[in-house]
Design a protein around this ligand. Structure first.
Ligand SMILES: [Zn+2]
Length: 180
């Protein structure tokens, strides 16, 4: 197991669509374990493979802060099969430093995926879990939560981020909330 570097916006791979896996191999299991370790170390409640530079449709989640490692989801080639309702959630992202924003999402989702043993998994989610699933699957489509806010707010952030990179400003380590 290894803690991997989490890539930050505007790293180009974060905007690219990832490919579904054709075979689940030992390498996939290794990737899943590394994603888990990196997510817990961050700390975050979810992480997608492209965030560590791997353009494959693999995500991991653990949204239960009280009981970490108890309800862990390792999802390969996840597909949203059903959505219901609407919710607005204040989101942050491990790949988008120093910024959170309200994002409109489906309130409930159902997702079908494979685990690392090629077993099909069906997940029904609501609340933070539903939001995190949609956020992580967005990563696989090359979408960040800042792509789902108004152009005005996004431009404000991208200008600030470019200035930070230009000035060499170190992002504050204070987590503004739950990092997905
Ligand atoms: Zn994210």
């Amino acid at each position: 197991m290894a803690i991997l570097e989490i890539l930050k916006y505007p790293e180009p791979i974060l905007s690219r669509e990832s490919l579904p896996l054709k075979n689940i191999t030992g390498e996939t299991a290794q990737l899943v374990n590394d994603l888990m370790e990196t997510m817990y170390a961050a700390p975050g409640v979810g992480l997608a493979a492209p965030q560590v530079g791997v353009a494959q449709r693999v995500i991991v989640l653990d949204v239960d802060h009280e009981n970490p490692h108890k309800q862990v989801y390792k999802l390969i080639n996840p597909i949203i099969t059903r959505t219901e309702g609407e919710v607005i959630w204040e989101e942050g992202c491990l790949s988008v430093v120093d910024f959170t924003a309200e994002v409109r999402r489906a309130a409930k989702v159902e997702v079908v995926a494979f685990d690392e043993h090629e077993k099909e998994i069906k997940v029904a989610a609501e609340g933070l879990f539903a939001v995190a699933l949609q956020h992580e699957i967005d990563h696989l489509d090359g979408k960040l939560f800042i792509d789902r806010i108004s152009r005005l707010k996004r431009n404000l952030y991208t200008r600030r981020r470019k200035k930070m990179l230009r000035d060499g400003t170190i992002p504050s380590n204070e987590s503004p909330g739950v990092m997905i």
